[in-house]
Design a protein around this ligand. Structure first.
Ligand code: IPE
Ligand code: IPE
Ligand code: MG
Length: 246
């Protein structure tokens, strides 16, 4: 049986998140510039987006650029922003053909104007698509997100819109950038690094973590199927005992 056929549709992660890492090392291994690694990384993005929609995943979130990534060399940052604009222009067709809605989370105001306008345009054009939501985390940092939540809620308390007693997990959820998304079920990180790097700290509280040594530009559909099969063989107990679940 092929890997794809082994995937059980009723045990798919509802929300899959991916830390797409290893573009630079992929390029370095072949004596190429880092930017070539990023360019090849966009091919993996297309493959994985298509495969996820095809399998029936409802929400996919991709970590594309972190708040910390602004500290990279200026030229690399500039190339990444250019690549973002180029990819958005090119991939709008993939999104429409596959009935995928684009969303974005992060400090979007910090992106170059061109990237912001392109992003808003694709978000608007795909807003009625229903098969899968694809969220790009851009200039995203989980700590920054949590600071913004605290500020917003504090302001509402100050203006008597909510009382301190009313603050609970659902109120916090409603103020996150991911307010319309469910919790992450499966988090994949490529390239062998085993860390979270400031990604969705609140939202992955009970996510299953999957680390693979494969560098992002090499990560293909079969690798995604492997991760999903691995996920399906895990027991998610949410604090209960195994016996309680069966
Ligand atoms: C991930 O690949 C892409 C971004 C963070 C933008 P890297 O560029 O981090 O690749 P490595 O980790 O240096 O190999
Ligand atoms: C995390 O990758 C950010 C993205 C994938 C966009 P990094 O390569 O920036 O992470 P660290 O700094 O090595 O942890
Ligand atoms: Mg990296």
């Amino acid at each position: 049986m092929s890997k794809k056929d082994q995937i059980l549709k009723d045990r798919l992660p509802n929300h899959l998140a991916i830390i797409m890492d290893g573009n630079g090392r992929w390029a370095k291994q072949q004596g190429l510039l880092r930017v070539v690694g990023h360019e090849n990384g966009t091919k993996s993005v297309r493959n994985i987006v298509e495969a996820s929609a095809e399998i029936g995943i409802k929400h996919l979130t991709l970590y594309a650029f972190s708040t910390e990534n602004w500290n990279r060399p200026k030229l690399e940052v500039r190339m990444l922003m250019k690549l973002l604009v180029k990819s958005l222009k090119k991939e709008i067709k993939t999104l429409q053909d596959n009935n995928i809605k684009l969303l974005a989370i992060g400090c979007l105001n910090d992106l170059p104007k061109k990237a912001q306008s392109e992003l808003l345009e694709v978000i608007d054009k795909t807003k009625d698509n229903t098969r899968m939501s694809l969220t790009l985390a851009l200039s995203y940092g989980s700590r920054e997100e949590l600071v913004s939540v605290v500020k917003e809620i504090s302001n509402k308390v100050k203006n008597n819109i909510i009382s301190v007693e009313k603050i609970d997990e659902s109120i916090i959820n409603k103020h996150l950038y991911t307010q319309n998304l469910p919790d992450v079920d499966l988090l994949i990180r490529t390239s062998g690094e085993q860390r979270i790097s400031n990604f969705l700290l609140w939202q992955i509280a009970y996510a299953e973590l999957y680390f693979t040594d494969i560098l992002w530009p090499d990560f293909n559909k079969e690798n995604l199927y492997e991760a999903l099969i691995n996920y399906q063989n895990r027991e998610r107990r949410f604090g209960k005992t195994s016996e309680q679940l069966s």
